[in-house]
Design a protein around this ligand. Structure first.
Ligand code: DGY
Length: 324
């Protein structure tokens, strides 16, 4: 019997690719950049399976272009780049990679929080530029993390992991979420309305998926509620924040600092005004990027894909309604 054909939209960690190559005829898009739309449409036309990344817009047009497609597997926990109703309508299960990146992403969100609080990237640029002349009594004074109030927007797995880290720093923890997970109670986190969280927090960290409800959740009005000393950390998705409003808030001193792992669009344009600000730290969407975690994500994505090709239920399915 011939092997199922699979298109992988980028070079992923080898372990995941090896698993696929054992069972499938695999085509990998080897460029550093994602396949352009015409290439994606061409490559997917005869594919039984697609392993994609958050940089690939898998919309209804792409799904329609793949008459044989039986499974889509995304190597990420978020799947806002995939038209889930279109996939479900075609009976195609969509896999994703929840859980394996929780700790790594929370570590990084906390690292961003610390870096912004203590102005680490500014200070590093200063030292490298040869501007360090002496120990300065007021040099790069930042903000204390211990004892401060952290507001977590979205108390899912990563939000909860962030709360556990904050507890170790003796922080007061507030959160907003439609549900009240036991884990939040265990770390003494208090559920409040978003407006109260924004008004009371020294640090606001975003951990919501991108949906119609969370798009531009942090808009001009939300930023206006925050303290002038507040620091915003975004490791969720860029469009959760209104970036033009964020720029204005950072320039006017309405808030003190932002640390962004994600932007809108990605990559951020080199001439984006946010990049001109000392009080804005921007990194290229790397919160889950540890060797171990990216390898686990690739393996999990391969497992989902293989399950779908074998007609088995995906171990981690973003649209379980497809099985109804
Ligand atoms: C995800 O998985 O959704 C992250 O944004 C990338 O690891």
């Amino acid at each position: 019997m011939s092997k199922p054909t699979v298109f992988v939209t980028r070079l992923i960690p080898e372990k995941g690719l090896d698993m696929l190559r054992e069972q499938c005829a695999v085509t990998v898009w080897e460029d550093e950049l994602p396949p352009p739309r015409d290439a994606l449409l061409r490559e997917i036309a005869g594919a039984d399976g697609l392993l994609c990344l958050l940089t690939d817009p898998v919309d209804a047009g792409v799904i329609d272009a793949a008459p044989k497609l039986r499974v889509i597997s995304q190597m990420a926990v978020g799947f806002d780049n995939i038209d889930i109703p279109a996939a479900t309508g075609r009976g195609i299960p969509v896999g994703h990679t929840p859980g394996v990146l929780t700790g790594t992403t929370a570590d990084f969100a906390f690292a961003l929080l610390m870096a912004a609080a203590r102005r680490i990237s500014e200070a590093e640029r200063f030292a490298r530029a040869g501007r360090w002349k002496t120990w300065g009594p007021t040099l790069f004074m930042g903000q204390d993390v211990h004892g401060a109030t952290l507001g977590i927007v979205g108390m899912g797995r990563i939000g909860q992991a962030m709360a556990r880290r904050a507890r170790g720093f003796d922080m007061r923890i507030l959160y907003t979420d439609p549900s009240e997970p036991d884990a939040a109670r265990d770390v003494g986190a208090v559920r409040v309305a978003l407006d109260d969280l924004l008004a009371e927090s020294d640090f606001v960290s975003l951990h919501v998926p991108l949906t119609a409800d969370t798009e531009r959740l942090i808009d001009r009005r939300a930023l206006a509620r925050m303290k002038p000393t507040a620091i915003l950390v975004n490791t969720a998705r860029g469009p959760v924040v209104d970036q033009a409003a964020l720029y204005d808030a950072l320039v006017s001193g309405q808030i003190a600092y932002a640390a962004l792992d994600v932007t809108d669009p990605e990559p951020i344009a080199p001439d984006d005004p946010l990049l001109s600000l000392d009080n804005c730290l921007v990194v290229p969407h790397i919160a889950s990027s540890s060797v171990a975690t990216r390898t686990r994500m690739a393996v999990m994505a391969a497992e989902n894909l293989i399950a779908g090709l074998n007609g088995d239920r995906l171990p981690h399915c973003a649209n379980p309604q497809v099985y109804a």
